[in-house]
Design a protein. Structure first.
Length: 117
């Protein structure tokens, strides 16, 4: 059974295994993208984004196991002020590839952004 969780500043740690997997997978071709302080900075930054209500972090669970996440922000464009939704990370565990988890996560993020303008 699929269950979607919108994380809060208090539950952001739930996404940490995805951050670590994303970092491990992306660091191979792009090592300059992930420098220290790593997870401490990640948690601090996303906790602040969530507290300011400028972004969202969703985790998809399948039968009690977290299988994917998407993290994004909704901010005013610097030129005209129009709201812009930006996906910053989107990760599905390799075992869940092909299950539709990625599409579900993207749809939830897009619906979240659309509901806010």
């Amino acid at each position: 059974m699929l269950t979607m969780h919108a994380l809060t500043p208090e539950t952001i740690e739930r996404s940490l295994p995805f951050y670590e997997a994303f970092r491990r997978d992306i660091a191979v071709p792009y090592p300059q993208l992930f420098r220290e302080p790593g997870s401490d900075h990640y948690l601090s930054a996303w906790r602040a984004i969530l507290q300011m209500k400028m972004g969202a972090v969703f985790v998809l669970e399948d039968d009690g196991r977290d299988v994917g996440t998407i993290l994004g922000t909704l901010t005013p464009d610097l030129f005209d002020g129009a709201l812009v939704a930006t996906e910053h990370a989107w990760y599905v565990h390799p075992e869940a590839t092909g299950s539709g988890a990625g599409r579900i996560l993207l749809n939830v993020f897009e619906n979240w952004a659309r509901s806010r303008g």
